[in-house]
Structures are given as C-alpha cells and as structure tokens.
Design a binder for this molecule. Structure first.
Ligand code: PLP
Length: 384
C-alpha cells in the first residue's frame, strides 16, 4: 500500500547517485577506501578518535557487547521501551537483559532511579537509548555507572547528530559512554539502506571491534589487494559484520546533509507540537515537548501518546484511511514470546502504558509544513 504521507522518506539526490557511481567505476565494492574515509568523517562528527563501520546497528551492538566482554552470568540493564536489537544481542552473548522503567510518558528513556534499583552483584553494563533522538538523563546515568563500575553503552540509533549540552561543553551522542552504536537503516536520520557504526574513545575497545568485525583476521582483503599483506592469521572467533564501500559512499553524502536535515526535523517537530497542544488538554501526551531541549535533539521520531490503547488503534486506523502512515515505537519487549515475563523484574507500569498508547507520526526532512498540518488535523479530528 502506498501512502499520501509516508512515515519516513529518503533525502537522496544526485549526490548519492554520483557517490555510488564513483564506487562502481572504481570497481572495489566491498569494504575499502570509502569505508575508511566514512569512518574518519563520522569520528570527527561525533568527536571521538575511533569509529568502526559495520553492516547494521544490530551488528554494532553485538560487537560492542563482545568487546566489553559481556557474557553468561552478566546482567545488562536496558530500557523495556526500545527496538529489540539490544535485548536480542544481550542474549546472543549469553548475558541476561534486565529491563528498566522509563522516566515517564513524557520522557520515555531509562529512569536513573530505576537503574539503581535493578543493580545486583551480577550487573555489568547499562544500555541507554536516546528515544526518538532525545537524550536520556545521561549525566545521572554516567555518574551511576562510574559509582558502580558498570560499562555504559549508548544505543544511539535514533540520535545521530544530537549533541548533549554538558557543563564541560557539548558532547555528541555516541561519545557519552564507553561505546556508542548507530544504525543507518532506511528510516534513520542518516541512511545507507543497511549499515551501522561503533564509536568509542577507548583504543582497547575499537581494536576488538575491528578484529571481530571481520572473522578475527589480522589483515583485510583490501590490505592484501593493495599488496600490504600476503596472508593472515585468525586471532579471535569473529564474524562477517563488514559494511561495503557502496554503502559507505552513501553514508559520506548523508553525513554532509545531516545537520541541515536534523534542523529541518526540529522545525517540523515545533510545528507538530504547536498544532497538537490541543490534544494535551484532552489527556494525550506529547513526549519531550515540555522536558527536552529541542536544539540538542536529532528529532528522529514524532511520538504521541494517546489517551488509552483503544483510542490509539482507532486514531491509527483513521490516519491510515486518510493515506497517512503511522507506526508504533515500540511493542513492549518483555511482552514478546521470546522474552516473556521471566525477563522482567517488575516496576514497568509506565513502559507498558507507553507501549500500549504510542503512535508514531510521519517525520522526515523532505516533509512540508502543509503535510505536518494535514497529519495534525487528521489526528485531532480522529481523537476529539
Ligand atoms: C533503537 C534501535 N536500536 C537498534 C536498531 C538496530 O539497527 P539495525 O536495524 O541497523 O540492525 C535500531 C534500528 O531499527 C533501532 O532503532
């Protein structure tokens, strides 16, 4: 089904086409010089010494967990309101995901007080997710992780280009913990189709990530192609989580557009919030409107929390009939069959309510203000 107003849309043009053509003409398609340049440019944008491009955000999380040495017997505290990749990769390394409560319906990111409640002698790490491109309460969480000697992983898949104002100056998403993970999936703020990135300040972690990304091999095909190495050793049991140069070339072009596009997302969000304030008077919640600094956010999503679950479905259906695509970010992870309630330690009422009532509205940089008004008017008509 095609929609009059889709949930997200690409900002691709002649630049991306030229970048792909450049790689095709160079005849080196797999991981090579474009990837090296993409990594350097991305590291500079995030303000870290190391960025390692990978095949997806999920691969980034898997490699981050492995590099931090997480494994059987370890508990990893993480939000119950998230895409399932972090929870799945926690399981993939044999560790246990422990789901933490969100701060509120208006701030659906991990509540620092809840993290403290969930810490046990087995806790090894905390995963934070900057939901919708808005920062979690990172300073308090950094402090908690320092106090309890826990690794801090940023699932920064929604937050590419977001910068957090700290007293020491602005720090970008992906540079606030031990390791940051990004996705460049087709609906993200920076798109390569499939793709991802690991960022870190730590030399020891990037070395492990680079090794595990490509079968634990001591040299890359690109090194051997250039005559820099004749053979290789295998130093660890790794994976094929490499990105290719076609995607890296796309990523480089998208990175150039990132700040402009994030600014456009902020403007569209401001207009949505103006239009939808009426719904707040009817018991709806506009997450982050009252609690977040818009100019530091990446505005990846436009979430609205309906009065209740029944209203959510009714309004989503009405928008669909009007040709407007919506989504829900996300279903409640401990409610999935593979995680079931055994994964939950309770105290997740706000997360459950959020997941039952959330609707995600269309938001993308090529969207027009008129489209924002059309979506808002259709939602208000359905809700009131
Ligand atoms: C918050 C979050 N984490 C992880 C991922 C996984 O990224 P990918 O789809 O690139 O594997 C996504 C992507 O949808 C995401 O939104």
């Amino acid at each position: 089904m095609s929609f009059l107003i889709p949930l997200s849309d690409l900002d691709y043009g002649a630049e991306e086409a030229a970048a792909v053509r450049r790689v095709l003409e160079g005849k080196w398609l797999s991981m090579g010089p474009e990837t090296g340049a993409f990594e350097q440019e991305f590291a500079t944008a995030v303000g870290v010494p190391h960025a390692c491009a990978v095949s997806s955000g999920t691969a980034a999380l898997h490699l981050a967990f492995l590099a931090l040495g997480l494994g059987p017997g370890d508990e990893v505290i993480q939000p119950a309101v998230n895409f399932v990749a972090s929870a799945n990769m926690t399981r993939a390394v044999g560790a246990t995901p422990v789901f933490g409560e969100i701060a509120g319906l208006d701030a659906p990111t991990l509540d620092p007080a809840e993290i403290e409640r969930l810490i046990t002698p087995h806790t090894k790490a905390v995963v934070v997710m900057h939901y919708g491109g808005y920062f979690c309460r990172i300073v308090e969480i950094q402090e908690l992780c320092r106090k309890h000697h826990l690794a801090l992983i940023e699932d920064a898949c929604h937050a590419v280009g977001a910068t957090c104002p700290l007293t020491s100056g602005s720090v970008a998403a992906g540079a606030l913990g031990d390791i940051g993970c990004f996705s460049f999936f087709s609906n993200k703020n920076l798109v390569t189709g499939e793709g991802g990135m690991v960022t870190t300040n730590r030399d020891d972690l990037v070395e492990k990530v680079r090794k595990l990304r490509s079968h634990g091999m001591s040299t890359l095909t690109w090194d051997r192609h250039r005559g820099h190495a004749a053979t290789y050793d295998v130093l660890a049991h790794g994976y094929n989580y490499r990105i290719d140069d076609l995607r890296s070339a796309l990523g480089r072009e998208q990175l150039k557009k990132l700040e402009r596009n994030n600014q456009r997302r902020r403007e569209l969000t401001t207009r949505y919030w103006q239009k939808l304030q009426l719904l707040e008077t009817r018991g709806w919640v506009l997450p982050f409107r009252k609690v977040a600094a818009l100019d530091s956010a990446a505005c990846h999503l436009l979430p609205v929390v309906a009065l209740d679950g029944e209203t959510r479905w009714r309004c989503a259906d009405a928008l669909k009939s009007a040709g407007i695509q919506t989504s829900l970010h996300y279903p409640f992870i401990p409610g999935f069959t593979a995680f079931a309630c055994k994964e939950s330690r309770g105290g997740l009422d706000k997360s459950i309510a959020f997941c039952q009532r959330i609707i995600t509205l269309p938001l993308y940089p090529t969207m027009t203000m008129t489209q924002v008004e059309t979506v808002s008017d259709a939602l208000i008509a359905a809700a009131c």
